[in-house]
Design a protein around this ligand. Structure first.
Ligand SMILES: *Cc1c(COP(=O)(O)O)cnc(C)c1O
Length: 495
């Protein structure tokens, strides 16, 4: 009964949610999935008068059946009671004819906080007698959010890898100033996909596992971990409920969600919300110039053999959207052999093509488009000048593609997910709304604040005054040894 999770690449796998959270992903290389939503649903009626935390408990109870009610309740309170700067956790703001769902009110001003404040709590209840090293590849935002979430956790340490010169100055400072006695950070010579694929390799490295001993587990805080993904389902329900409360829609009306997308975790969480009964018309998948997914939606061919662009929305500079594998699993009706075949092709040739039937089924729920860097800046400017709302560059990607979709179908209201505070990406925002060519992020932060009156989040104000505690830069081939030495440092001497 409790062994509900299986692998996207092998239906024989059957493990509990706790084991899935501790392991991160399956030894066959697949991702853990909840195979069947037939007996799981959440009605809007039932969440009508509930706050964010209460809705979170309902969602978790559906998908984490081996957690007791008490455990779930403790985890949710620890994650959300004090760490966000608003009681609403993810407030909804009306702008023009759409609503912005602000996911960036957590301790690091990125939407990753929603998942990464809860994951350490869930992990804590999942590790039994083991000690765990969390490995994370970050394109910028996950790293700091994971470090904050796991900092000083008992029997758990965390190592974060990010592409050298691939993150913003503020993001880099946020990570480098992290305290805690169990936090490790290294910049990698390579891009995010190199970093992520090496982390995956290390997590699957049997000889390393043996060297570390049976008492040590390696796990992941990326959105391949279901413990990170499931918390993200909550705000889809929460925002829908708010629209009903605000009388912008009736219970049962369909809405669209526009989602700035990289690893496909956020939008997949939305799709899971739909499986749980949320009335959704389309998920609008919005990419930057790394538009692998847009091409896929048009052709059925996923092809990562293309130039990699560093864009002004760096947290989405990704060519392998890991969580897309989960969608392939659901949309092929759990055909794990087929998914495995596609993933093997991706690994060996960098591309695969899905059947027309599968593509059609995906197109029923999803629309996909992209925004260029210039369009990102235009969007930030337009929304600020016309509607007095300040967006970060990732949110601007979602905005642009939402407008594209309106041209095709404007029958349903759209909720635009806002994934970062504009103060995390001040150069681009300043370029879009100020006439100046200053290069200092702190100065730009203050200039934007002066011009717009939008408050600077406290954690981003503080970051400039904290000491730098981490400055490692390593070759990608040295990541494995780095992990091994950090496990020895952080976990071997602890009881
Ligand atoms: C991670 C991130 C995204 C992309 O989310 P995925 O779940 O990887 O698709 C978008 N915007 C920002 C600011 C992010 O940090």
């Amino acid at each position: 009964m409790n062994k509900l999770y299986t692998s996207t690449r092998n239906t024989d796998v059957a493990i509990s949610a706790k084991d899935a959270i501790r392991q991160g992903f399956s030894t066959d290389g697949g991702l853990f999935v909840f195979p069947n939503f037939d007996n799981s649903s959440i009605s809007i009626e039932e969440i009508k008068n509930k706050n964010y935390q209460e809705i979170a408990k309902l969602v978790l109870r559906q998908l984490l059946p081996d957690f007791s009610d008490q455990e779930i309740s403790d985890c949710v309170s620890a994650a959300y009671n004090n760490s966000f700067d608003t009681d609403e956790v993810t407030p909804l703001t009306r702008v023009d004819n759409f609503n912005v769902l602000e996911l960036f009110h957590g301790p690091t001003s990125a939407f990753k906080d929603v998942g990464l404040q809860l994951l350490p709590q869930l992990m804590n209840h999942s590790i039994a007698n083991k000690r765990v090293m969390i490995l994370t590849a970050t394109s910028g935002d996950t790293g700091k959010a994971a470090l904050e979430g796991f900092k000083d956790a008992d029997k758990i340490a965390i190592t974060v890898f990010y592409p050298h010169n691939g993150v913003s100055q503020v993001q880099q400072l946020q990570m480098a100033t992290t305290g805690g006695n169990n936090t490790e950070i290294a910049a990698i010579e390579g891009n995010f996909d190199d970093t992520q694929s090496n982390v995956k390799k290390i997590l699957n490295d049997a000889s390393l596992k043996e060297q570390l001993g049976s008492n040590i587990s390696l796990s992941s805080a990326n959105s391949i971990n279901i413990g990170r993904l499931i918390p993200q389902i909550v705000y889809y329900f929460y925002s829908y409920k708010k629209l009903v409360e605000n009388k912008q829609i009736h219970n049962g009306d369909k809405v669209n969600f526009s989602v700035p997308t990289g690893n496909f975790g956020d939008v997949l969480a939305g799709y899971l919300a739909k499986q749980l009964g949320l009335p959704v018309n389309k998920f609008i998948v919005a990419s930057n110039e790394n538009n692998v997914l847009t091409d896929f939606f048009n052709s059925g061919i996923y092809d990562r053999n293309r130039p990699f662009f560093k864009t002004v929305a760096p947290s989405m500079d990704i060519q392998i959207s890991s969580n897309f594998e989960r969608l392939l699993y659901y949309k092929s009706n759990g055909n794990t052999e087929y998914v495995k075949q596609l993933m093997d092709e991706l690994e060996s040739t960098g591309k695969y093509q899905v059947s027309d039937e599968l593509l059609k089924s995906i197109q029923e729920d999803f629309y996909c488009g992209y925004s260029t860097d210039d369009e990102i800046k235009q969007s930030i400017n337009e929304v600020y000048e016309k509607f007095d709302y300040l967006m970060d560059p990732h949110t601007a990607v979602g905005y642009k593609v939402m407008r594209d979709y309106e041209q095709i179908d404007n029958s349903c209201p759209t909720i635009l997910l806002s994934t970062a505070s504009p103060y995390k990406f001040v150069k681009v925002v300043a370029d879009a709304i100020l006439d100046n060519d200053k290069n200092d992020d702190l100065q730009l932060m203050n200039d934007i604040n002066q011009k717009t009156g939008v408050p600077i989040p406290q954690n981003l104000k503080n970051v400039w005054n904290l000491p730098i505690l981490h400055d490692d830069v390593i070759e990608r081939n040295d990541m494995r040894d780095y992990v091994k030495s950090k496990v020895e440092e952080d976990l071997y001497d602890k009881n």
